[in-house]
Design a protein around this ligand. Structure first.
Ligand code: SF4
Length: 230
């Protein structure tokens, strides 16, 4: 593919978002939460697992520790017992308790509503903070770049970065701010259904004419088309 100008890449990015909007006009997270605190905990628990799996443990978790005050006083081992069906449950249980303690110690028991404050909470990085800001406070201050968003953006060559965290600023630079809001959820659905990690369904993809990796992605997030040998 010849070198693409920044303007052409931005136009392609806008068209990608337009088609994603047509594909997934009403997409919503499946996580069950009833406020900022339970949302923070749900998103902490959702790393490397599905929303469905998280929703199976949170009714009991929030029955026993529904508030920052209750969770801050919880024994980590008891939290582990409740969430042990999730991957990385040791770390997640510790983060639940430490996060609640930090919300009380630093923010008077209320989940803070800015990126700068949210990322000071244990276990909360920009990805989690972006989701919390968007869903709990209606603030769009970035794009939560998870493994699906990273894979798709990389295959579409909208970004060229070694990690999801490093891809976020590149994606923010390519896409106009007014399009950031639904990217995470729409692209996650697209990544599960079409641009899958292994064997992406390029022959059924609505973005095929926009994608430099069409029929060439090999399962790696940053897969680049193979050069033909002459
Ligand atoms: S054409 Fe293939 S690699 Fe490109 S976005 Fe679609 S499914 Fe993914």
């Amino acid at each position: 593919m010849p070198r693409e100008s920044k303007r052409a890449k931005r136009e392609r990015g806008v068209e990608v978002c337009r088609r994603m909007g047509e594909l997934y006009p009403d997409v919503e997270s499946a996580l069950s939460f009833d406020g900022p605190f339970t949302l923070v905990i749900c998103v902490l628990l959702s790393a490397q697992t599905t929303d469905v799996a998280v929703n199976k443990v949170t009714p009991e978790l929030f029955r026993r520790w529904p508030t920052p005050q209750a969770m801050a006083a919880a024994e980590v081992l008891e939290v582990e017992d409740v969430i042990h069906s999730l991957g990385f449950y040791h770390t997640k249980a510790r983060h639940c308790v430490e996060c609640a303690q930090a919300i009380i110690a630093s923010f008077g028991g209320e989940v803070p509503g800015t990126m700068e404050e949210l990322v000071t909470l244990p276990g909360v990085g920009r990805k989690t903070a972006n989701i919390v800001l968007n869903k709990a406070f209606g603030v769009v201050d970035g794009i939560a770049v998870d493994t699906h968003v990273y894979r798709i953006a990389s295959r579409l060559r909208l970004v060229d970065a070694p990690t999801p965290a490093q891809a976020e600023p590149q994606l923010l630079d390519v896409l106009p701010r007014e399009l950031w809001g639904p990217v995470n959820e729409q692209w996650i659905h697209f990544g599960r259904e079409t641009c899958t990690s292994q064997r992406p369904k390029c022959d059924a993809c609505a973005l095929v004419d926009l994608c430099p990796s069409a029929f060439k992605a090999n399962g790696k997030p940053n897969a680049r088309p193979r050069r033909r040998s002459s």
